[in-house]
Write a protein that binds this ligand. Structure first.
Ligand SMILES: [Zn+2]
Length: 372
């Protein structure tokens, strides 16, 4: 195992932070896998999964069972970890700018095409390698001025040439679910099975370039750009893994999640051995544009009637918002059938607040598809 430290540019004199990456491998050629945790710094189940994963990878490496390289970044966001305000950790947005830590990753298309002139041919594997080299050229030419942008660039450099990137997040109160690029679903389906995902939300353009999309989107954009001339593979399966809710931090669950990730990597041939049989897929993938956010039009105290993981029929009650001064009760219902995959974990609703998410099969939303 090799440890690499990546100093971040400092926004403020007298301060210094770094990203630390751990690199496992036997030295044999193979795929590159990149796994990072807690990009939203107050989402900690993934950090514990990374801890368990590292113990297991150390054993596999000592036994010479890892082909290629597996990179683990257990603390993807040291900036957010340091944002504590009156006993509350602010891990989703940078306090200085209000920017979401999982948005605004570098978009490499179309500038990457200038680096590919005369470099592509009929060999799809050679094209993959040329595109990965060009990605590094684009990122090397990117200049940044702030610690936040330096962090984004550092993570992209570590991940952009991987065959698989897993970005370990969690929701507020949720069952395990995934986000990935629509063209990546065939590659993602075994991961959804091994992890026991209740929903996989697919999009080609979620809006504002979240990390997972920045890693994979360039491939389908280039495939379309060069279609009919040069073959381009879908060479980076990039997935945001939502490891349930913020309170779901336990050794038993984290060790099981780490085992399931290793089962998937064994299935992909990165780790030697027989992969466990593929479990049944719990639910088919659905469009991110079909995910319904159920908002409360009124303020009040929230009492949920259903739990994440339950199937909700259109019109069924999910919860109630109660005005304790008038005793008026507003019932929250879903307009779509689907899996209730996440609930808010704050129980005082302000008017307009989104309280529940249901994965519907029919796309109906347009524009930016992710919440703030
Ligand atoms: Zn997150």
């Amino acid at each position: 195992m090799k440890t690499t430290r990546h100093p971040l540019l400092s926004t403020y004199v007298g301060t210094a932070r770094e990203i630390v990456s751990f690199h496992y491998g036997s030295g044999r050629a193979g795929q590159k896998i990149y796994i990072q945790a807690s990009l939203h710094a107050d989402e900690l189940p993934g950090m514990l999964v990374a801890h368990h994963l590292r113990q297991k990878l150390a054993v596999l490496e000592a036994a010479g069972k890892i082909a290629g390289e597996i990179v683990v970044v257990p603390v993807a966001n040291p900036v957010g970890l340091g944002q504590n305000l009156l006993r509350t950790q602010i891990g989703r947005f940078e306090l200085a700018t209000g920017e979401n830590f999982n948005r605004h990753y570098p978009a490499m298309y179309p500038s990457i095409t200038a680096h590919l002139d005369g470099k592509l041919g009929s060999d799809i594997d050679a094209n993959r390698d040329a595109i990965r080299a060009a990605m590094h050229q684009v990122l090397d030419a990117t200049t940044v001025a702030t610690e936040l942008d330096s962090m984004r660039l550092t993570l992209m450099r570590l991940a952009c040439d991987a065959d698989v990137t897993l970005d370990l997040h969690c929701d507020s109160d949720a069952v395990l679910h995934l986000y990935t690029g629509t063209p990546m679903w065939p590659q993602c389906e075994p991961l959804a099975r091994y992890l026991g995902a209740y929903a996989t939300l697919l999009a080609t353009e979620s809006g504002d370039n979240p990390f997972d999309e920045a890693c994979s989107q360039t491939w389908w954009q280039l495939e379309e750009h060069y279609r009919g001339n040069f073959p381009v593979p879908m060479a980076c399966l990039s997935v945001t893994v939502e490891l349930r809710g913020q309170g779901d931090v336990s050794h038993v669950q984290a060790a099981a999640d780490a085992d399931n990730i290793i089962a998937f990597l064994t299935w992909r041939g990165v780790i030697d051995g027989a992969a466990p049989p593929l479990p049944e897929l719990k639910y088919p993938a659905t469009p991110l544009a079909g995910s319904a956010a159920i908002a409360s039009p009124v303020s009040g105290v929230v009492a949920f009637l259903r739990r994440p993981g339950e199937w909700i029929g259109a019109g069924e009650a999910i919860g109630e918002v109660i005005n304790p001064l008038t005793d008026e009760v507003h019932t929250l219902t879903s307009e779509t059938d689907g899996v209730l995959y996440a609930l808010e974990n704050r129980y005082f609703a302000t008017a307009g607040m989104r309280l529940a998410k249901v994965a519907g099969a029919r796309a109906f939303r347009t524009g930016k598809l992710l919440s703030a």
